[in-house]
Design a protein around this ligand. Structure first.
Ligand code: SF4
Length: 393
């Protein structure tokens, strides 16, 4: 719920989320039925939309509960569902009038399959990530009367999105039920079969070999070219990510899209710089410029993450003119130079003033605050709840 609110606050028009069933977000604290209703009411009050992911590839025994579930989703007013499987598509069609988006898991790479989904009654198709901008242009031209959505940012699979049993085989965690352990990003060695337990490292370079290890997708540098194609929706993948990552990515793409829509588009290098400030595994433009080869440097040569900034607190509540309640996410010390991020505009530099720790007993003035604590501070500058405070690392 917190991530949903932050995504809207920083400029998202809609959020795709997972309920407790039938989605690919098994590990990311999904929404109960009551929370789903709360999310829908919250979104609609802000003029935003909520789509519910039903994009598992189910087996027979998983279908029984589906009709009642989709009827419930329609009753609480969700704006649409996202499906990958024809059977699920039919259950939604037979039981509701919900708008249906076809998931990227359905691997739509050509105009014929997009047209087929349109003829079946889909409102939108989320195109496969494994597709070039030229192919998107052709699909748009040949099937003009369906909404198209493209991924612009987030994790990539080393297989065709989600069509992979690596995690399932190695850990029993099923990628097609949203529980992928991301086994493709692990470090692999060679074992000779008569010497079990002797792991011989394979060195591609000084970091090792990460043969299955894709970089993350980032299209901010070509966002104008994507918008030129006339697509209807841009998707940022934020599954399992923190609020800083989600908010910051949404803010940068929002700014770029608004600039494009103003008719005075000019690429701003700050967008990429800011995107790199949150946790990432190096970026690629994936398949959009054609088949990624050596040159596109599509795989990552290590399995670590990098970032230039760290979230230290979120403004939980505005208590008075310049007084705020901060939810501390990483240890902070009075006197530190920090930056406050707001939905619009550049980060603003502050020196962290004295803090008052909020406790169950008597509040006390403190020099430092630890994660999961709440402090009150006085900061001038007109900030709001959900603004974030970060430090340069
Ligand atoms: S193991 Fe890697 S390639 Fe396979 S589904 Fe998970 S993220 Fe995708």
């Amino acid at each position: 719920m917190e991530k949903l609110k932050m995504a809207y606050h920083y400029g998202a028009d809609a959020v795709f989320l997972g309920g407790k069933m039938f989605n690919l977000r098994a590990g990311s604290h999904n929404f109960s039925d009551e929370e789903l209703k709360e999310a829908v009411d919250y979104a609609h009050e802000m003029g935003k939309r909520v789509y519910v992911a039903l994009n598992v590839i189910p087996h027979n025994n998983e279908l029984e509960l589906l009709p009642d579930y989709v009827i419930y989703l329609e009753k609480i007013g969700v704006d649409g569902v996202i499906v990958a499987d024809l059977g699920v598509f039919q259950v939604v069609r037979e039981n509701t009038d919900l708008a249906i988006s076809v998931s990227t898991q359905a691997s739509n790479t050509n105009w014929r399959s997009v047209k087929m989904w349109k003829d079946l009654g889909a409102r939108r198709v989320v195109l496969a990530r494994e597709i070039s901008l030229d192919n998107i242009a052709e699909i748009r031209a040949k099937v003009p009367d369906i909404e198209l959505e493209v991924f612009v940012h987030g994790a990539m699979c080393m297989s065709i999105s989600g069509r992979c049993l690596l995690s399932n085989y190695m850990t029993g965690r099923d990628a097609n039920r949203g529980d992928c352990a991301q086994s493709c990003r692990w470090k692999y060695s060679v074992v000779e079969e008569t010497r079990p337990g002797e792991y011989m490292p394979v060195y591609e370079d000084e970091h090792g070999t990460y043969i299955f290890n894709s970089k993350d997708l980032c299209t901010i540098e070509i966002i104008d070219k994507i918008l030129d194609l006339g697509v209807d929706s841009l998707k940022i993948e934020g599954r399992m990510k923190g609020i800083y990552y989600v908010s910051n990515a949404v803010k940068m793409y929002r700014e770029a899209v608004d600039k494009y829509n103003s008719g005075e588009y000019e690429y701003n290098p700050k967008w990429l710089e800011e995107i790199k400030s949150t946790s990432n595994r190096s970026y690629t433009q994936g398949f959009y410029n054609g088949q990624p080869g050596e040159e596109a440097n599509n795989y990552n040569d290590r399995n670590s993450y990098s970032q230039t900034h760290q979230l230290v607190a979120k403004i939980e509540e505005k208590l008075g003119e310049n007084e705020y309640l901060l939810a501390i996410r990483n240890r902070v010390v009075t006197g530190e130079t920090l930056e406050i991020i707001t939905p619009i505009g550049d980060p603003r530099v502050i020196t962290l003033p004295k803090m008052t720790l909020v406790t169950k007993g008597k509040d006390e003035e403190v020099e430092f605050a630890n994660p999961n604590s709440f402090v009150k501070v006085i900061i001038e500058g007109g900030f709001e709840a959900m603004d974030m405070i970060r430090r340069k690392m």
